[in-house]
Each structure stands twice: as structure tokens, then as C-alpha cells.
Ligand binder design. Structure first.
Ligand code: ATP
Ligand code: MG
Length: 716
């Protein structure tokens, strides 16, 4: 009866209970967003402990993030009514893999105190190997090789599994050979990378029967959250470990598979029943998170995907507000609107901790950060760096700082060998000595050292070029608008090219961030004013106790929920991303749509979707059209509004009707900041003419001023 139920069973619905109480044998919980999958999994863990079916150390429980692992631990502690000491095997795949590998390191030729390399170390090592192999690192970037090796590791492939076809994917067939050398080097320095944490363990489990049997015995129960996003190597792991006892419970939602770009295979869900015959498949259909309108909106969008397993969701929650769809003029207005809306919520008693802004691409956070700092709204960026703290932004800022302030030694040091100019540690040591001896800044010392023979000819040439460049940029800073200066500087220093040379998704993101930086500069009077703004922003760390608005990517928001969720930038080319559109076909588009589904279903009570009519992309104004996902929202569940009135809507109306869309509206007051438009998606470049400044009489209040032709930073 209800009363006798332990605390973790109260409140659970019948299928959730079934998932908790079916402890023996394979269980697959397949259900839509917000149906209490994670809640049931947590209760199951509590149940196993409460009923003493297993000791904490006998349960393998995998979460998708470290944060989720901490939360699960806390919740189980609360449910069982005592602190759950020592759940050694509750964590992410990587955390668990690292722990196991430390115990068995010698079986793959490592010592148990092996180092786990970060991406920078990894790249440095790969570069050495590439150079040693007589390959041109510019043509065959280390990052491409790193990406490929990562992909192989995610698939569970060791060097000896790489066939000629796979090997062909790097440096004309030398991929496999370099992979092998890389693994050998890692071993020699007693290190491994993230991929190895899983791959080494997989190899050990496959080749050392006694180790496999040990873990098969030890793990009486295995459970996995977010199963739809496991990759091949993780899948192989689980299958081996669960093969003996078969007490494995996996929960997932095929509609929320959003990591295929990192090797996740949604098929793992589909083959679960084949791998584990007789699995209990439990479906949850009651959603406890979102209001009916939100649920219907999400359902309407995801219904456009094909090949879904298909799920019905219902909720008992009050109908609540419709999903709001807000059309705004441009990015800055989007940020302003969101800020205003949040302040309104705040006045109505909402805590900032219950509010999130979800973006498709990380560069979108910048506009919100700037706005929130301006109005003093506390925020945090989750699962990523705050915009101005990202490596590429810091590099670019360092260049600008040196131009602005030659004595800025820290900035100079940061960029002196980025991109690589052959200025090694030795040259830098000499330079430092001279600077100290003469009590001058590094740039001054650099100019002096060039007159001596203290440096090798190569280092001297490199340093001479850099010092010359800096002097030239400083001269230009007097004439050129500062955003233009920044563009030229990033191009001429080779910094942009450095990221363009590699084709990874990460590099593309960094290039987008760099263009976003230049865009941000346009809002400030001078280079000095901009740098001043940045240092203030960097100093704006809110206290930890203070409730903050969360800004994060949709990817990072998986599994989370918030009362109020703003979904920004729902425009074609941004979401779905240009990359997905360029790739064509339905595969990547459907993954974007699953992202949209994940995004909407994070909201408990209020979802506000925004799209802007204009974006500045790669330094150029572009007219954007609302995302197809906006059009897929069922009309009866949304309220649409647009803030575009007056000049803006007039401009819009004119756009399609007249040869010169600016004919009427361009005769504005002629005062105030101007709009410069470049050819955009509407492709309305005026024949024969360039796009001079156009002034709109009723343009939004804070308008960016842009000057000069745009130099594309992107690799589009
Ligand atoms: P996602 O697919 O987004 O990961 P999920 O299926 O894991 O979602 P949970 O996060 O476990 O869903 O639960 C969603 C919300 O519903 C949570 O706030 C949770 O506390 C609540 N919830 C879960 N089960 C119940 C229940 N039986 N009764 C009341 N509330 C519940
Ligand atoms: Mg969940």
C-alpha cells in the first residue's frame, strides 16, 4: 500500500514504478522529454541501495555530465535518507573509464599515475609527429588529425583496426601510421587522451578475461541515462560488462539524440532489444514538466522528422500560456527584449535562477552578455566560457591591447608566438632579460634586441616582422575605424588564417566568435573605449549566492529544466545552422530539429522564441528569415508578435515591392546613426550601386554604426 512505500516510490506513476522495481534483467525506458526518466533512474538507484540488493560499489551508473552525476548522488542521498558514501562508479563514461584504467594501466603499457592530456598538449604532440613525418602542418593540420583520431577512438578502433580507406582520410593515407605513432608517444610519456580512457579499457576488457569477469561480477546493476547519445565504444563497453548478469537499465529518447557529430549512435537504442532479448521495454507518457501548450509546440516541430519511434505525451498541468514567438529587428534588440522580459518576470517574483536563455551557437551569447552587464542583470554561462574569456577572443584582444598600449607586456607575451612564428623559449628568455636589464617593456626591448646578434637569424626575422606589423597597425589605428583595424590585424597577423587552416567544427566556431568580436567593437566609440568595456565585463563575476540567469547552448541544456526559457535566434542559417543547410539532405536537418525539440522541452511554464529580421554575419548585415522550425510550430499553441513598426516594417513592405527597397524610407531624418546593409539572403544588392549609409527615421534606439567594406573572417 501507499503508506508503507519507501519515500522514493511515493509520487511515482505505475510505469515509473515498474522501471524501479524490475531490478533483474534488462530494462529499456524509452520516453519523451520531461516524463521522469531521470527521476525514475534515480529512484531505482535508491531502491537498490535501500533494499540492500547491492552495495554502493556494486552499481555502475552513468550520467551524461559531471553535474548530472552530482545531482543524482545528492538526490539518492535524500531519498535513502542517509548520505550515500562512496558511489565510486557513479559518473560520466570518462570519469568511470579513468578510474578503471588507473587500476589496470599496466595492461596497456601505462603506469597507474598516467597523465590525461588536454587538447593543447595533444595538439602539440601531434604537431611534433607531423613535422617528424615530413608533412606540412599547414596542409595537414594537427587539429584535423586530432579530430580523426578522436573519431576512431569513439568508434572503438585501435591503430591496427585502421584500414587503408580510413587511413586515406589524413595526409594521403598516412592517417593510420600517425595514429600508431601517436599512441606509441603517449605510452612513452605515460599519458593518454580522453578517447583512450574508454578505448584502452575496452581493449583490456576484450583481451583480459579475468578483468572482464571481475567487473561482470562486481557490477550487479548497471544503469545509463541519456542512452540515445552513447557512441560505439561506450556501447561496446556496456554490452561486455552487462553480458553476464544482464541487469542493465538504460533510459533514453530517440527524439533527443543530438550528439551524432561526436559519434553518438541513436541506433544503440534500437538494438537494445536484440542485444538483450526479453528486455522489459517501459514507456512513460505522462509529462510532468511542461504545460500543454509547450508540449504541443515541441510535438508539432518534432513530428516533421521521419523514422521516429513515436511517442504520445500528455500532461495534467494547467494549460498556461501559449508559446510566444517574438520577431525583432536585429540582434541588439533581441538582447534588449530578453533583458526587459526578464526584468518583468523578476518584478513578478520569478527568481533569476529559474530563467534560461538557450542558444544554438556559442557566439550568440555575446550580445546577451553585453546587454545584461549594461543593465546589471546577473548571469552565468554554463558549459562554456563567457564570451570574452574564450581563448581566441583573448588572443585577439591581446593583439588589440598591444596596439592600444605598447607597454602591455602580458598581451605581447600572449601573441608573440601565436600563430607560430618560430620564436622559441630561448629567444623569449633573451628578450625578457634585456627588458629587465633596461627596465623597458617587451616591445621596446624587442626593437633593441634586433640591433644585436643575440637572436638566431630566424628569430630575429620573425620578431622584426612582428614589431614592424605592430608599428604599422598602430599608425593605422589613427585613421581607420577600429573594427576595420581589427579585421586587418587579424588577417595580416595570420591569426585568422591559423583557424581557417583547420576544418573542424570547433575552428568554425572560433572564427564565428572572432567575427562576433569585430561586430561588438562597432558599438563603441574607440578602441580604447572598447577595451575598457571588456575589462569591466571580465571583472563582472557575480557572487555565487546571487541568483543568476543561465545562458547556455542547447547542447549543454540536455536533461535540465527551467520555469522560463528564452530561445534566441530562430532563423534560417543560424538555427537550423548554415552548416546543416549546406550539407543538404535530411540527416543533419533532423538533428537540428531534435535540438529544437530539446530546446522547447526545457521549459516548464513559459517558452519565448525569438527571431531577428537582421543579423550581422561575418561583418555583413544580412536579412534573415524565421527558422523553418518557427513555421512548424502549431498555430493554435503560439502567440506571435513583432516589434517591427514604423520604418522597419515600412522597409520590409517595400523590400519586395520596389526595385530600390530604400527609395522611400531612405529619406529619413538623415540624423543619427546609420544602417549599412550588405547583400543578404534576400539578395537585394542594389544593381550597380554600393550600400551607402541609409538612415531610418524610426530605427531602433541603439544602432550600430559600421564603416567600410567587410572583410570576411569566416571560412564560409
Ligand atoms: P529529459 O528527457 O528532459 O531528460 P526526463 O524524462 O529525464 O526528461 P525528469 O527530469 O526525470 O524527466 O523529470 C521531469 C520533471 O518531472 C522533474 O521536475 C521531476 O521532478 C518531475 N517528475 C518526474 N516524475 C514525476 C512524478 N511521478 N510525479 C511528479 N513529478 C515528477
Ligand atoms: Mg533526463
Amino acid at each position: 500500500g501507499q503508506l508503507a512505500d519507501p519515500p522514493y516510490l511515493r509520487n511515482l506513476n505505475p510505469p515509473q514504478r515498474e522501471a524501479v522495481l524490475t531490478t533483474e534483467g534488462p530494462v529499456l525506458m524509452l520516453a519523451g522529454a520531461g516524463t521522469g526518466k531521470t527521476a525514475a533512474l534515480t529512484a531505482r538507484l535508491a531502491h537498490l541501495l535501500y533494499t540492500r540488493k547491492a552495495w554502493p560499489s556494486e552499481i555502475l551508473a552513468v550520467t551524461f555530465t559531471n553535474k548530472a552525476a552530482r545531482e543524482m548522488k545528492e538526490r539518492v542521498g535524500r531519498l535513502v535518507g542517509e548520505a550515500v558514501e562512496g558511489m565510486p562508479w557513479l559518473g560520466t563514461f570518462h570519469a568511470i573509464g579513468a578510474k578503471m584504467l588507473r587500476r589496470h594501466a599496466e595492461l596497456v603499457g601505462l603506469q597507474s599515475n598516467f597523465t590525461i592530456l588536454d587538447t593543447d598538449d595533444q595538439l602539440r604532440l601531434l604537431k611534433q609527429l607531423i613535422v617528424a613525418a615530413d608533412l606540412d602542418e599547414k596542409r595537414f593540420p594537427a587539429r584535423s588529425l586530432a579530430g580523426l583520431i578522436d573519431e576512431w577512438k569513439n568508434k572503438g578502433l585501435s591503430p591496427r583496426d585502421i584500414d587503408a580507406g580510413e587511413s586515406e582520410r589524413y595526409a594521403n593515407g598516412r592517417g593510420g601510421e600517425l595514429y600508431e605513432q601517436y599512441q606509441a608517444r603517449l605510452k612513452a610519456v605515460n599519458a593518454c587522451d580522453f578517447g583512450d580512457l574508454l578505448l584502452h579499457m575496452l581493449v583490456i576488457l576484450k583481451t583480459h578475461r579475468e578483468v572482464l569477469e571481475h567487473y561482470q561480477q562486481r557490477f550487479r546493476y548497471i544503469m545509463v541515462d541519456e542512452y540515445q547519445d552513447t557512441n560505439a565504444v561506450q556501447y561496446l563497453w556496456l554490452r561486455l560488462l552487462a553480458q553476464e548478469r544482464k541487469n542493465i537499465a538504460c533510459v533514453g529518447d530517440d527524439d533527443q539524440s543530438i550528439y551524432s557529430w561526436r559519434g553518438a549512435q541513436v541506433e544503440n537504442i534500437l538494438r537494445f532489444e536484440k542485444d538483450f532479448p526479453g528486455a522489459a521495454v517501459i514507456r512513460l507518457e505522462q509529462n510532468y514538466r511542461s504545460t500543454p501548450h509547450i508540449l504541443a509546440a515541441a510535438g508539432g516541430v518534432i513530428a516533421n522528422n521521419s523514422g521516429r519511434l513515436g511517442k504520445q505525451l500528455w500532461t495534467e498541468l494547467d494549460v498556461g500560456e501559449k508559446v510566444r514567438v517574438l520577431g525583432v529587428w536585429d540582434g541588439p534588440e533581441e538582447a534588449r527584449r530578453v533583458g526587459d522580459e526578464i526584468e518583468t518576470c523578476q518584478r513578478a517574483g520569478t527568481s533569476l535562477a529559474d530563467v534560461a536563455i538557450l542558444v544554438r551557437a556559442s557566439h550568440q551569447t555575446r550580445e546577451f552578455e553585453d546587454r545584461f552587464i549594461a543593465i546589471g542583470l546577473p548571469y552565468k554561462i554554463v558549459g562554456g566560457f563567457r564570451f570574452y574569456e574564450r581563448a581566441e577572443i583573448r588572443d585577439a584582444l591581446a593583439y588589440l591591447r598591444v596596439v592600444n598600449q605598447p607597454a602591455d607586456d602580458l598581451a605581447f607575451e600572449r601573441i608573440v608566438n601565436v600563430p607560430k612564428r618560430g620564436l622559441g623559449d630561448k629567444a623569449m628568455a633573451r628578450l625578457h632579460q634585456l627588458a629587465r636589464r633596461t627596465n623597458t617593456p617587451l616591445t621596446t626591448a624587442a626593437a633593441r634586441i634586433l640591433d644585436t646578434d643575440e637572436l638566431t637569424p630566424q628569430a630575429r626575422r620573425a620578431l622584426g616582422n612582428l614589431i614592424g606589423d605592430i608599428a604599422r597597425w598602430r599608425d593605422r589605428a589613427r585613421e581607420l575605424p577600429h573594427p576595420e583595424l581589427a579585421r586587418q590585424l587579424l588577417d595580416e597577423s595570420g591569426y585568422t588564417a591559423m583557424w581557417q587552416a583547420e576544418k573542424s567544427a570547433e575552428a568554425a566556431g572560433r572564427l564565428e566568435n572572432l567575427s562576433e568580436l569585430v561586430r561588438a567593437m562597432e558599438e563603441y566609440e574607440s578602441l580604447g573605449a572598447f577595451l575598457e568595456h571588456v575589462s569591466l565585463v571580465m571583472d563582472n563575476e557575480g557572487g555565487p549566492e546571487q541568483p543568476q540567469v543561465t545562458i547556455m547552448t542547447i547542447h549543454a541544456a540536455k536533461g535540465l529544466e527551467f520555469d522560463t526559457v528564452f530561445l534566441a535566434g530562430w532563423e534560417e542559417g543560424l538555427f537550423p545552422s548554415q552548416r546543416a543547410l549546406d550539407e543538404g539532405g535530411t540527416r543533419s536537418l533532423e538533428e537540428e530539429r531534435r535540438l529544437a525539440y530539446v530546446a522547447i522541452t526545457r521549459a516548464r511554464r513559459r517558452a519565448i522564441i525569438l527571431h531577428a529580421a537582421n543579423r550581422r554575419i561575418y561583418g555583413q548585415w544580412t536579412s534573415s528569415i524565421p527558422s523553418r522550425f518557427v513555421n512548424e510550430l502549431p498555430a493554435e499553441h503560439i502567440d506571435s508578435e513583432t516589434t517591427m513598426t514604423g520604418g522597419a516594417s515600412l522597409w520590409q513592405a517595400n523590400w519586395s515591392e520596389q526595385a530600390d527597397p530604400f527609395a522611400d524610407v531612405a529619406r529619413g531624418t538623415g540624423r543619427g546613426p546609420g544602417w549599412q546593409r550588405a547583400a543578404g539572403t534576400l539578395d537585394a544588392k542594389k544593381p550597380g550601386g554600393d550600400w551607402g549609409q541609409r538612415t531610418f527615421s524610426t530605427a531602433p534606439t541603439r544602432v550600430a554604426e559600421s564603416r567600410g567594406p567587410a572583410v570576411s573572417l569566416g571560412n564560409k
